[in-house]
Design a protein around this ligand. Structure first.
Ligand code: FCB
Length: 455
């Protein structure tokens, strides 16, 4: 389907003002392996914790799984061609650990590496910067059978796997990201149980959080040794919490939430250690932390990847009710762009990392308006535009932002929510696997080509 149509901002409420980004700022989209690849049982891929989790009735809202998803494993060439047609500069994807090291014996599966090698070549050939993430939640099942991230050894296995990938892809990749959203891995996977592996223990959550960070540190060391000219990044999700009232109880609870969600990973990476008051509050005794771990974890990174979707308003007794006209996406998350601007300023003031990239930002919307075949998603367009404007403002205030990646390239498998929420700027017809860019994709394409947006 044609992508070179007019993508005006009208209908999404525009003032006509143009914001131009610094030279070198880059634009692109993000995905992850389990959410789009499909091909779950080909070329030697072993099972992941998500295959196992999806097979349990009740775990996924629509009973679905990632067996086929967007069939990207077989369609990567045309998918890259589509990104290129849209003028995107960069593509963030993740590598499926169970394709690379499918079995407990640790042997590396060449066919798994071949796929990512071909994908990287295809991207480079199209002038698109490949930005792989080594872990976006699809842990090999055999490691979960050995106690998953609660087991310290998983961190060492992660570093071995990372080295195998980096040996193959080398400096064709200029930035390797170790983990995606370690908070969600530890919290949703081990504390609330809403994600694979579906465990529900606070103590296991703390153990997993430390071993994830240790895995980051160990993998970073191997990346630096194997591809010295590549950069090392980690992607952390931030959901800034604000107190519902000025009461001491609300403020204390907000502080704890900010510690657990927004500082638990970034503080140790920046050398500030774990947030001590909150560790004490939850009676975590640091027993998993061995001598030397914190130094390894705080070895300087080159880039912080920021995933941002929403903020949260916290009341100690859960009594806060948002005003009925609060704008929300179809998953119920509040839409509040100024929180991204303040987050970026606060992160840089606190951590002074070398560089920052928006690695995910986007929203699921009803997608119920069409012009012919095309979804007219003015609501998503406005969300993306208004958040990009916040990035622009942060740059003006001196925050070194290097790019913006929208979540997501495609509608895809949204974890426990299944295929219900549609985050894509490109629609996927799961019957035919046809890709149809939504209006927001055309608008984003203009932004990428002109390095500017109209607000
Ligand atoms: C993030 C995940 C990503 C996607 C978005 C909506 O937490 O990293 O895979 O599910 O949320």
């Amino acid at each position: 389907m044609a992508v070179n149509e007019n993508a005006s901002n009208e209908g999404a409420g525009s003032t006509g003002q143009i914001l131009t980004f610094p030279e070198g700022f880059y634009w692109g989209s993000a995905t992850s392996s389990y959410q789009i690849e499909g091909a779950h049982d080909v070329d030697g891929r072993g099972p992941s914790i998500w295959d196992t989790f999806c097979a349990v009735p009740g775990n996924i809202k629509d009973g679905s799984n990632g067996d086929v998803a967007c069939d990207h494993y077989n369609r990567y060439r045309s998918d890259v061609a589509l990104m290129s047609e849209l003028g995107f500069d960069a593509y963030r994807f993740s590598i499926a650990w169970p394709r690379i090291v499918p079995e407990a014996d640790g042997a590396v599966n060449t066919k798994g590496l071949d796929f990512y090698d071909k994908l990287v070549e295809e991207l480079l050939g199209a002038g698109i910067r490949p930005l792989p993430t080594l872990y976006h939640w699809d842990l090999p099942q055999y490691l979960e059978d050995a106690n998953g991230w609660v087991n310290r050894d998983t961190a060492y296995r992660f570093a071995d796997y990372a080295e195998a990938v980096v040996r193959r892809l080398g400096d064709r990749v200029d930035t390797y990201t170790t983990l995606n959203e370690p908070f969600v891995s530890a919290n949703h996977g081990y504390v609330t149980g809403e994600h694979a592996p579906g465990r529900t223990s606070m103590a296991e959550g703390f153990a997993a959080s430390h071993h994830l960070l240790l895995g980051h540190g160990l993998a970073a060391e191997r990346i630096r040794a194997t591809a010295p000219s590549s950069r090392v990044a980690i992607v952390i999700n931030f959901t800034p919490a604000e107190p519902a009232t000025d009461s001491e109880a609300d403020r204390a609870e907000t502080e704890r939430q900010n510690d657990l969600e927004n500082r638990w990973y970034a503080d140790p990476i920046a050398g500030l250690g774990y947030p001590a008051k909150t560790a004490e509050h939850y009676e975590w005794d640091y027993s998993e932390v061995h001598d030397g771990d914190m130094a390894l974890i705080s070895a300087p990174i080159d880039l912080l990847g920021i995933n941002f979707y929403t903020r949260s308003i916290v009341s100690a007794d859960n009594s806060y009710v948002a005003p009925p006209d609060t704008p929300r996406n179809t998953m119920g998350w509040e839409i509040h762009p100024p929180s991204l601007g303040s987050l970026l300023r606060e992160l840089h003031a606190r951590y002074k990392f070398r560089s920052y990239l928006i690695t995910e930002n986007g929203c699921p919307m009803p997608d119920d308006k069409r012009d012919g075949e095309r979804i007219i998603d003015d609501d998503r367009l406005a969300y993306v535009r208004d958040h990009i404007a916040q990035v622009h403002a942060a740059i003006q205030e001196g925050v070194p932002m290097e790019g913006y990646l929208v979540w997501s390239l495609f509608d895809n498998f949204e974890w426990a929510w299944g295929y219900g929420p549609t985050f894509g700027i490109i629609e996927v017809d799961y019957q035919t696997q046809e890709r149809i860019p939504k209006k927001s994709a055309l608008w984003f394409s203009d932004a990428a080509r002109t390095n500017s947006i109209e607000i």
